[in-house]
Design a protein around this ligand. Structure first.
Ligand code: HEC
Ligand code: HEC
Length: 211
């Protein structure tokens, strides 16, 4: 089997949601107890786990978590043939109903974990110049802009930021015809001229992380 971890967890997940609470799921929000399996990949308090390449979700805005769970569920993320890592996440989102998606988003926003350590070697000063175009949507302090659908970037793992910028650049993310937010971001990722520019802008974003 190609993705043994995802498949195995998917089984566990089905068991959880097909269990006794399934009938009541629409009325009562899912408690974090039912979402413990998210931490299997995303780590304790959703702090991120590089071994699985699952990013830190702690303290992220609920609206964005919701936006991404919908994106995975609708196949805007995690279906491109080269998106093997996104494919690990997609079945998890596909199994959630609307109530569960809202509960998962709240859970992520309420989780607390330390700011991730810097791992990417880049020139933050050079990155600051690149970031000036990003600030229009993500904010000067990288705290995000809900009206534009642009997430906070401060507080995410730097290795995850690098991979997503590569994904947007290479069309692995943001090229599904219905992925309007992703398409906007794709156009912006194309402004970063090379791998070094990606590392530099990420080093700058990491330098803004204060929470
Ligand atoms: C099998 C491991 C696994 C499990 C279990 C899992 N995830 Fe993920 N998740 C991932 C991986 C890997 C990624 C990174 C995908 C990528 O790089 O495109 C991810 C990405 C995400 C993202 C996108 C974050 C962003 O910044 O865009 C969200 C949101 C998310 N997961 C939420 C959840 C929630 C909520 C649960 C529990 C319902 C969950 N995940 C369970 C592996 C997992
Ligand atoms: C036109 C507005 C806009 C600009 C400019 C922009 N972004 Fe984005 N960005 C977005 C939107 C919208 C999303 C959410 C995409 C989605 O929902 O999948 C996003 C998503 C991202 C993500 C994915 C975060 C995650 O958690 O998965 C990264 C990383 C990112 N942007 C970095 C940048 C960088 C670096 C720049 C500057 C080079 C930039 N963005 C410029 C709108 C923009």
């Amino acid at each position: 089997m190609k993705y043994p971890l995802a498949s195995c967890l998917f089984g566990v997940l089905l068991a959880v949601f097909m269990g006794p609470s399934a009938g009541a799921a629409e009325e009562s929000p899912v408690s974090p107890d039912d979402l413990v399996y998210c931490t299997v990949c995303h780590g304790m308090q959703l702090r991120g786990n590089r071994n699985i390449e699952a990013p830190r979700l702690s303290e992220m805005d609920a609206w964005y978590i919701e936006q991404q769970l919908v994106a995975f569920k609708n196949g805007w993320r995690g279906t491109h043939p080269q998106d093997l890592i996104g494919m690990e996440m997609r079945p998890m989102a596909a199994a959630l109903n609307d109530t569960q998606i809202k509960a998962a988003a709240k859970f992520a926003q309420a989780s607390r974990a330390p700011v991730p350590a810097a791992t990417v070697d880049g020139d933050a000063d050079a990155g600051r110049t690149h970031y000036s175009t990003c600030a229009a949507c993500h904010g000067v302090d990288a705290s995000g802009n809900e009206a534009l659908g642009a997430p906070p970037l401060a507080g995410l793992n730097d290795w995850y930021l690098v991979r997503q910028l590569e994904n947007f650049r290479d069309g692995v993310r943001g090229s599904h015809p219905d992925d309007l937010y992703g398409a906007q971001m794709r156009a912006s990722a194309a402004l970063l001229p090379d791998d070094q520019a990606i590392r530099d802008v990420v080093a700058y974003i990491t330098s803004l992380q204060t929470n």
